[in-house]
Write a protein that binds this ligand. Structure first.
Ligand code: ATP
Ligand code: MG
Length: 347
């Protein structure tokens, strides 16, 4: 078996020359202070994004996906403390000055939120919103750019839209405006946090297609945050599966989909209805999702894992390479696990 301890600690690799990833998150830890105590929310998260690459950060509610993604922009709550490092093209994000952080947020990176209405000023027009970053250009030129950005995301009647206010647009149209705005600033990386969850199903797939097209056309990398593994698989090159504040499995999207190695990933896949399989019964992961501060001393998933041994409850598993994926599980690779979950309803 092709099994070895993965040398995954990105901090060990020098960020120089051609090897510099666009984004490198190394051993990220986020704690939050509540009622006088520090509570861990994210622990030892390491993740690389190459230029133009799309990575899906997938996991159940409360697993720390948004915290991880927001930390890239240094948008964490005031009562949070952060450990580890985040670099963007080799530059230390944590060490950026206020001025650099402003330009980083405005130009290098763009964020698309779950609720577009929370990201716009309701009393400013779509045109004003779109042209915020190009105010130094002459008015005609600004309008031209905004119209073409809206047309690129498939909005008819773009010129008229510029004079409208956010409340005059549906959620789906407003999310298209967000995508247009994100691309207009010429960033290298898009952080998309559940960008279609608030939309109805038909609109969801249209907006997802627009985002995917825009990203590919402009060669942008994307960190795509979602609880929907199938959706992430459709638009990403790699997947990182998060559970209780840590990444339990990561690898090329096709490998993680076709041959997941972590019991949690297997369970997630087996519990989602799929067009590919016609199982009468879906698998259900026992118990409820946990936050990082609710887990025990060993593997974060041990409390819910039907395959957990004493070792799993006592010792945190280090990342291991199994085939194409890197997995944090003492029992990964044991064929009994796959077989048992398959019997309970996996395709
Ligand atoms: N401001 C805060 N103060 C205290 N705890 C918080 C705060 N924000 C988030 N948390 C907790 O941090 C954990 C991770 O939250 P996060 O929002 O990153 O999860 P998520 O994976 O994005 O979940 P969802 O799918 O629901 O968006 C959760 O347990 C959440 O309750
Ligand atoms: Mg979230």
């Amino acid at each position: 078996m092709n099994e070895q301890t993965a040398k995954e600690s990105p901090a060990d690799r020098p960020a120089t020359g051609e090897n510099v990833p666009l984004l490198r998150i190394s051993d990220l830890a986020i704690d939050i202070r509540t009622a006088g105590h520090w509570r861990p929310l994210v622990t030892s998260v390491s993740l690389d994004l190459a230029p133009g690459q799309a990575v899906g950060l997938v996991g159940e509610s409360g697993s720390g996906k948004s915290m991880t993604s927001r930390s890239v922009m240094r948008l964490l709550p005031e009562n949070a403390r952060v450990g580890g490092s985040i670099t963007f093209r080799g530059e230390d994000v944590m060490g950026m000055s206020r001025a650099r952080l402003r330009s980083f947020r405005a130009r290098d990176i763009a964020m698309i939120h779950q609720d577009p209405r929370s990201a716009v000023n309701p009393v400013r027009t779509i045109g004003d919103f779109l042209t915020e970053g190009v105010r130094h250009l002459p008015r005609d030129r600004r309008t031209e750019l905004a119209v073409s950005a809206l047309e690129d995301v498939g909005m008819a009647d773009a010129r008229r839209r510029l004079a409208q206010y956010p409340h005059q647009l549906s959620g789906g149209l407003l999310q298209r405006v967000m995508i247009a705005a994100a691309v207009m600033t010429g960033p290298k990386l898009i952080l998309a946090d559940e960008p279609t969850t608030a939309l109805d199903v038909t609109t969801q797939s249209e907006v997802m297609a627009v985002l995917d097209d825009a990203r590919r056309e402009h060669g942008l990398a994307m960190l795509f945050v979602t609880h929907d593994l199938d959706l992430a698989a459709a638009v990403t090159d790699r997947l990182a599966v998060m559970y209780a504040g840590t990444i339990v499995e990561t690898g090329p999207t096709s490998a993680v989909r076709e041959k997941p190695e972590h019991p949690y990933t297997m369970g997630l896949m087996a519990s989602q209805p799929s067009a590919r399989s016609r199982k009468a019964r879906l698998y259900s992961i026992p118990g409820r999702p946990a936050a990082a501060y609710e887990t025990g001393a060993g593997c974060a998933f041990a409390q819910r894992c039907e395959f957990a041994l004493d070792r799993c409850r006592a010792e945190v598993p280090e990342p291991r390479q199994l085939g194409e994926t890197t997995v944090r599980c003492h029992r990964a690779g044991d064929p009994d696990i796959r077989r048992t979950i398959a019997l309970q309803g996996v395709s």
